[in-house]
Design a protein around this ligand. Structure first.
Ligand SMILES: Cc1ncc(COP(=O)(O)O)c(C=O)c1O
Length: 333
């Protein structure tokens, strides 16, 4: 048998062993925390802001965590067995996560997504071999949910539906991984947790874990300020089908963010911090800065759910080109 090779690296003065894994699925989680050091005007000295960079997950987003947990639990409970197809309605990232996991575990995957999801996302899903079913873009993520229900009704034995909006394993994944990681990475010093709501799995699960460690930690949700918004991945709860796993009473506060403010923050995160993120990360940092400005001290942790490469053909970047009068990028959309 081959002897395992030990890789040692120096990270910030600590010697750590580099990860060596047997499956791509073992790479999910343990994402880094980035301190926001440049976009800090108006933030008191005693307040630090960190962002958890979930784009480092192998499927490229935070949704790898719940997707894996829901599939694992499906297999454990016998609901998902060989011969079945995984189906889900997803605004994109959960779809990509399931497509990757389906490939790695050799299950076919079908995804129902609104037709206005970015082209890059559709192509990534196709590259992972998933069947993509498009729903009416005017009906948003709710339209995809309803169409998915119809498809399953026609052939219920064929499918395993992780059901991310109603499956407690979605938030449980964050309770078991995202929460403990953040608590460890901040040495227990976190005072505020701020995250966007889509299915609400991130905020529910991470928030529950953090409050159990320290009930004083404030859990703050970020949501689009309007039913018609351009914040892919996020939900405006008042005008949406409310996820079964969402319990608003567990939140300390909700901060509405406009699409324009979120997009402008995406450009700043790129220009000032050198990180290309998606629109929900812009919303998360915009809200975090608002909260930071009213404190004297604190350790704020927010989540950047994914990187921005998947959104380059969306309004996010088309708008930027127009705004910055950038004519020389020369990419055709
Ligand atoms: C880009 C992006 N941001 C934020 C979220 C919200 O995460 P959650 O579903 O855990 O509330 C999602 C969910 O799909 C997402 O895709």
């Amino acid at each position: 048998m081959l002897k395992a090779v030990r890789h040692l690296s120096q990270v910030g003065g600590e010697t750590s062993e580099l990860k060596k894994v047997e499956s791509v699925l073992d790479l999910i989680g343990e994402t880094p925390l980035l301190e926001i050091r440049k976009i800090t005007s108006g933030v008191p000295r005693g307040v630090r802001i960190f962002a958890k960079l979930e784009g480092f997950n192998p499927g490229g987003s935070i949704k790898d965590r719940p997707a894996l947990k829901m599939v694992q639990e499906g297999i454990k409970s016998g609901q998902l067995k060989k011969g079945k197809t995984i189906i889900e309605s997803s605004s994109g990232n959960t779809g990509i996560a399931l497509a990757m996991i389906g490939r790695a575990l050799q299950y076919p995957v079908e995804l129902v997504i609104p037709d206005n999801v970015s082209l890059e996302r559709k192509r990534i899903l196709a590259a992972y071999g998933a069947k993509v079913i498009l729903s009416d873009p005017m009906e948003g993520s709710d339209g995809a949910i309803l169409l998915c229900r119809e498809i399953i009704k026609k052939d219920p034995d064929k499918y395993f539906k992780p059901d991310q909006y109603f499956n407690d394993m979605n938030s449980q994944a964050h309770y078991e991984t995202t929460g403990p990681e953040i608590f460890r990475q901040t040495h227990g010093e976190i005072t505020h947790f701020i995250a966007g709501i889509g299915t609400s799995g991130t905020i529910m699960g991470t928030g529950r874990y953090l409050k159990e460690q320290n009930p004083k930690i404030r859990v703050i949700a970020v949501e689009p300020d309007d039913a018609f918004h351009g914040l892919e991945g996020l939900k405006h709860m008042a005008s949406s089908i409310v996820p079964g796993i969402y319990h608003e009473e567990k939140l300390d506060e909700k901060v509405p963010v406009s699409t324009e403010d979120a997009y402008n923050m995406v450009y700043r995160i790129n220009q000032e911090e050198g990180v290309l993120v998606g629109q929900s990360s812009g919303a998360a940092l915009h809200a975090s800065l608002q909260i930071a400005k009213r404190l004297r001290s604190g350790t704020l942790v927010t989540v950047f759910p994914d990187f921005g490469g998947k959104y380059l053909t969306t309004n996010l970047w088309i708008g930027w080109q127009e705004k910055m009068k950038v004519g020389d990028l020369q990419f055709s959309i």
